[in-house]
Structures are given as structure tokens and as C-alpha cells.
Write a protein of this length. Sequence first.
Length: 135
Amino acid sequence: MRKKTGGSTGEPLVFYTGTQSQSYLWAGIPLSWRAAGYRLGEPVAFLAGSSLFDTGFKESVYYKLMNIKLFSAFELSDERLQAYTKELIGEVIGRSNDLVSDPEGNTVHFMFFNYLFREDSRISSFRFYTIVINS
């Protein structure tokens, strides 16, 4: 099975994997999220490359049902970060005081969350757990 990364750090990496490996991967993702504090149905924001945006109808329905919001990791200008921040603030205000994102600490993700917390004081009472990155 041919797969590729999203290419958010440059050229997408193409690799080959088997069905069993993909099954283990997809079983491990919710398990790692749960370990980070996420509970099924809570809102999740993905800052991702192109692989998540090249989706069909089934994927769109999945993201909607799982309460997943996708944001592009490309061209992160101040204007784009402000737009993402406004959209996320609208999603999290009035919810629990925990923010669970996606265990490696990617620079793009760190930059975005640093921007998010710096730019909007309403979010300062939220606890930030971790950045979980799945490629």
C-alpha cells in the first residue's frame, strides 16, 4: 500500500506499508490521544500538510463526526495564524479548561500554539497538555 506524508516540511515522503501495519497504526492513534487526555468527541485541531486535505466524502464525514478541524500548515503568515486563532477561540470558549492537541513537539505546531496563547488572553486559563503528531 502506497502512502505519503503531508509535506508540511517540504517534499512529501512516499513510503510503502501493509494493511496490518496500518491497522496497528490506526488502533494506536486513539490510544495515544487518550494517554494525552483526549476523550472521544472532544474537539481536535489538526495543523497538517496536504495529505489530510486531499480527502473524499468519507473522510469529510469522518472528520465532522470525530469533531476534527483541519488547518493547513503551509504559508503560516501572521494573518493566517490570526484567522486560525479566531476560529479556535470560537471552538474552545465555553468548553472545559483543557486543550489537548496532538508526543514530539514539531516546530510548526509549537509556533502556532505559542502564537495562540500569546494573542488571546481568553485562552490563558486553559491547560496545554501536549502536541501529538501523527505522520
